[in-house]
Design a binder for this molecule. Sequence first.
Ligand code: NI
Length: 137
Amino acid sequence: MPTVTVTRRVRFNAAHRVHNPALPDDENARLFGKCNNPNWHGHNYTLDVSVEGPMDPKTGYVFDLAKLKAVVQKEITDIVDHRNFNLDVPFMKDVIPTTENIVVAFWKLLAPKVAPAALKRLVLWETENNYVEYDGR
Ligand code: NI
C-alpha cells in the first residue's frame, strides 16, 4: 500500500514568559527582549500534526483524522489552551517555554499515541510569521 502523510491542524492560545531563572534579570532582558516581560504575554498558536503510514486497504485511511483530532485534544489542547505555559502546564515545568521547547514536549506526548502510524512532523506557529518544526531527532 502507498505510504501517505496526513495532517491535522489545531489552534490554541496560551500565555508564557521566556525566561531562564539561572540567569540574571538583565541578561534575560537582553536575550529575550519583550518575550521576557515579567507579567506574561500571549500567543495564538497553530499546531500541525502530521502522521505517516501505509494506507489501510479496508478504510483507505492512514489514520482516522477524527481519532487524531481526539488524541491531540486530549494530549495537548485540553492541557495548554487558555493556560500559562510557565505556571499551568505540568509537562513544561522547569522548561523555558520557547516554541522550540514546546514542540519537543508535544512530540514526546503525541509520538506514542499515533500507532500504528508514525508521527512524522510537528509544525508549531507562534505568530503568523514565526514557526518551528520538529521531526523527533
Ligand atoms: Ni512569546
